[in-house]
Ligand binder design. Sequence first.
Ligand code: HEM
Length: 395
Amino acid sequence: MINLFSPELNRNPYPMYQTMRQSQPVMHIESLDIWSVFRYADVKTVLSDHARFSSQYGRPPGVDESASEQARRRSTLITTDPPHHTDLRSLVNRAFTPRAVDALEPRIEEIANELLDKHAASGQIDFVKDFSYPLPVIVISELLGIPSEDRDRFKHWSDEIVASADQVLGNTDAKSDSAHQEMGAYFHEIIQERRKSPQSDLISALIEAEVDSERLTEEDILSFCWLLLVAGNETTTNLIGNAMLTLLEQPQQLALLRQNPALLSGAIEESLRYRSPVQAMFRMTTEDVEIAGHTIPAGKRVVAWIGSANRDEEKFAEPDQFDITRNPNPHIAFGHGIHFCLGAPLARLEARIALSTALERLQDVSRVADGPLEPARGFIVHGVTSLPLKFSAKS
Ligand code: HEM
């Protein structure tokens, strides 16, 4: 029996996905009482049919949620259903606007250059640890108005929480509980300060946001800050890291991109498809649901395998080919439906600036050593934790 959640599989889950799409597109793991879907059409249905596939999944039966866990889940965009989700999403949309994201462009460029400056003389950089890992944390801390000195603490909290995503499988993890508590106390103080003296940052905008005379509660704001850190950091790190890794593995595609920089957006979309930073999302059935000839009973947890959907041969021609000119490219790396990633414009902007700056400044770039790379922790997030590169700096 394949262990879908084994860390080893995260290195290269694609052959397993192909087998599952062909032989068991809807699979029940009895020991965990979890269902999995692997085909593009089914994954899209599970992600977007919120009436039958609820986002309020919580812990498995028999594992109690603490009161604070329950409160957080109810207030967090990604784990609520309509109508509460609709209200929360329109409130945060007020603060997290495309204009606020566009305004970040020059600053992201500066950050990318500053990070590369530190390594230009040595001709070596760990592309993940020194570049794609710090960049999104700096951006999100600045957007929220959090002092950048605190960013190592953020990174620690968000890493613990992301890695604990397998709690839904029934594992308990004291480290992630304490990360939640520390982060809660930290944001509580900042929210109090911003209430007294608003600044031009996202937390102040969230405090001010109002729709139909409804405002966000402190718990809502806290959960949203928590979600931005958790949903926006490691995902973006892995998009940038995976794109660079894949371009290095495919020198013809890299050469094509260098010759024709207008293909950059295509390269980013293809990286999102080819090595999706988020491989899987959970839902809970609200009624008995028939999908691809199988009946999933009500109240069961379902894993929608985005990473598999994006390699489905029924949807994509030559799905295992990395092709930066692929068009159209209807990948669902950012999800589908009402929970479609709120941070997609920011992630795309960061990836565009990070990759164009790196490709411009790092010439003759190659890996320091061949061989296997350390995969990201957990089975949801997909990427590598380190990518040492050597290069000649552009003078
Ligand atoms: C939702 C992926 C970056 C904030 C989602 C979902 C996916 C996703 C698949 C849908 C979840 C579901 O259906 O249950 C990604 C990927 C990213 C990325 C692959 C980077 C490459 C970001 C960034 C932010 C962000 C940078 C914010 C700074 C959110 C939020 C939601 C979300 C708030 C919840 C939306 C809702 O439930 O209405 N993301 N994300 N994400 N993402 Fe992202």
